[in-house]
Write a protein that binds this ligand. Sequence first.
Ligand code: NAD
Ligand code: LMR
Length: 327
Amino acid sequence: MSTPFTVAVTGAAGQIGYALLYRLASGDLLGDRPVRLRLLEVEPALKALEGVVMELDDCAFPNLAGVEIGSDPRRMFDGANLAMLVGAMPRKAGMERSDLLTANGAIFTEQGRALAASAADDVRVVVTGNPANTNALIAYHNASGIPRERFSALTRLDHNRARALLAERAGRPVRDVTGMTIWGNHSTTQYPDVFNAKVCGVPADRWIADDGWINFDFIPTVARRGAAVIAARGSSSAASAANATIEHSRDWLLGTPEGEWTSMAVPSDGSYGVPDGLVSSFPVTCSAGDWSIVQGLPISAFAQAKIDASLGELQGERDAVRALGLI
Ligand code: NAD
Ligand code: LMR
């Protein structure tokens, strides 16, 4: 029997948590390898979380090696090999952007410090809670001793949305769509890149051959999909966000499929002119727990302008959290 792999999940009593935990426990992350769960919540949500744990018990998952819950990040991150930072402060009516950054800044500075104090030496961190890129930036700046390459933010949901939409338009199964990239921020400024994607091995823009659809339909639909789900469901995407958080983590830990890349927001190493350290989405391949940015993709003037707009937004968020003393 192999050693259990410890996964810490924050915001575990929330919507995404409810869609995520059962999949983690049933083997969707690491197959038969036993998984131990450490679930962090704010004090008032611990009662609800107890119910979630009862249900986990009632599933009798053979590879679930234990579940702990609590509201102390240092205790819940103790020995974590993977931390899924899902819990965040949602924007409320009347809240300014700076209020949101301040509220999340408090959460992600504390959690960055707690990860540095108690997580396992090999910890990897994925931030799902919004604003995901900047929350990851705050966390890595406050996690002294953990290499910044171990921090990432989720843009896999945008990546999956883009693949699904392109596949539908092309009339092909999703598996035929490869080479998708999300550039920039997990926000409406993101740039989903059709021009480096392929359908059945053929450049996607040649397959589709409709710039109007790409510019005025595909790009805004992907970028605004989160808002569309909120408008339809009354709350933000949960099952698809949980699925993307697992796929992101699985590819990172076990490797991306041969010949394919995925999208992850990671601290920039300066590739494609993205300012060093900014947590921006790139095309990445992963192998044995490390990611590397796919180099040399052609970027047109149109694409560069879109990417620059998203980078401008990320730099604005970085400057705001710097001014607040969070990084
Ligand atoms: P939710 O409100 O249902 O759950 C969030 C949970 O986080 C709550 O139970 C809350 O008590 C908990 N929480 C708040 N502060 C915490 C803290 N300091 N420590 C631990 N737990 C804390 O929200 P949800 O639908 O599960 O979404 C969670 C986050 O994910 C939101 O920020 C949402 O915008 C974001 N999201 C991101 C993506 C993405 O693709 N990156 C997609 C969907 C949703
Ligand atoms: C999503 O992309 O579905 C979410 O990030 C939307 C949101 O604001 O929670």
